[in-house]
Design a protein around this ligand. Sequence first.
Ligand code: HEC
Ligand code: HEC
Length: 311
Amino acid sequence: MSSGWSWYISIIVIANILACIWLIRWTAKKRPGEGAAHETTGHTWDGLSELNQPMPRWWLWLFYATIVWGLIYLALYPGLGAYSGLLNWSQYSQYDEEVAQIEAEVAPLFSRYAEIDIPELARNDEAMQTGRRLFANNCAVCHGTDARGRPGFPRLAELAEEDWTWGGSPEDLYQSIDEGRQGVMPGLGSALGEDGMEAVTAYVFHLNGRDAPAEQVERGGELYQQQCRACHGEDGKGMRSMGAPNLTNDLWIYGGHREAIEYSIREGRSGRMPAQGHILGEDRVHLLAAYIYSLSLDVGENDDGNTANNE
Ligand code: HEC
Ligand code: HEC
C-alpha cells in the first residue's frame, strides 16, 4: 500500500473514532436545569411531550466499551493503512497456514502410496480415485480430462507398449512426469523439396496402412531411410532416446490428416511436457505415474486398437 493511501485510511479511521467519543460525551452532558424534574425538549404531540434527559450511564459505558474494543482490535489487526497489527495477521498468511495444514493432513496419505510399487498401486481403486483428481487438476488442461489428448498433446490412455513416445514402463512414466520431456523434430521441407515432401508423405501414409501411389511410396521409402531413420527408426516405430514417435500406429500427436502430417515434416515440431516434480513433489508424481499406468492396463495382447501396423 502506498504511504499516501496509508495516511488517508489511518486519518479517516482515527477521525471517526474521535468523532464517536465526542458524540457520546456531548449526549452525556448535563443539560441546563437538569435535576429539575421532567424537563422537556419542548416537542409535544397531541399532549405528549418529549423528555430531555441524558442517556443512562450503563448505556454510555456500553458505547465506551465498544470504542475500547475497536481500539484493541485496531492495535492487533491490520486496519490502519500500512500498519500490519501486533498479531501480524494477513489473508496471505492465513491462506499459507491453511494450505500447510491441509498439506500436513494429506502428505501421509501420499507417502503411504509412495511405498507401493506403481503396477500394484495402479490396481488400488482408492488410490486411483485420488490419482484421477490430481490428473484433473494438473494435467487435464493439456492432455484432456479423459487423457485422450488433443492436437499438440499426446494421448496417455489405452496405449500399447510401442505407442508411447517416451516409454510406458513405470520408470519411464515417472521420469516423463517428474522431469518433463521435449521432442524436437527439425523442419525438413527444404531438404526434401516439393516432390520429396509428397513422396515421404505417401510413405508415411503407407506405414499406416493407408492408400498411396506405389511409385511415390517406393521413392518415399528411400528418402525416409536417408532423412528420417536416424530418429524414427528403420521401421518407423520411433525411438525413445530421440523422443521420436511411432509413425506406424495411426496415433498422432499433431493429427493424422494429410495437412497435419505434411506440416510436421515440412516445418518440424517441438512439443514440450513441463517438468512437474518440483511443483508436485515425488509422492504425487509417483501416484500420477501409477494413474497413467492404470489407464493402459487393459491394453493387452488381445488389443485390436492398432490394426494399422503394416510394417
Ligand atoms: C532429428 C530427429 C528427427 C528427424 C530427422 C525426423 N524426425 Fe520426425 N519427429 C521427431 C520428433 C522428436 C518428433 C516429435 C516432436 C514433438 O514431440 O513435438 C517428430 C514428429 C514427427 C511427426 C509428427 C508425429 C505425430 O504424432 O503427430 C511426423 C509425421 C514426423 N516426425 C515425420 C518425420 C519424417 C517423415 C521425417 C523424415 C523426412 C522425420 N520425421 C525426421 C524427430 C525427428
Ligand atoms: C502444458 C501442457 C502439459 C501439461 C500441463 C502436462 N503435459 Fe504431459 N505432455 C505435454 C506434451 C506437449 C507432451 C509431449 C512432449 C513431446 O513432444 O514429446 C507431454 C508428454 C507426456 C508424457 C509422455 C507421453 C509419451 O508418449 O511418452 C506423459 C507420461 C505425460 N505427458 C504425463 C503428464 C502428466 C501426468 C501431467 C500432469 C501432472 C502432464 N503430463 C501435464 C504437455 C503437458
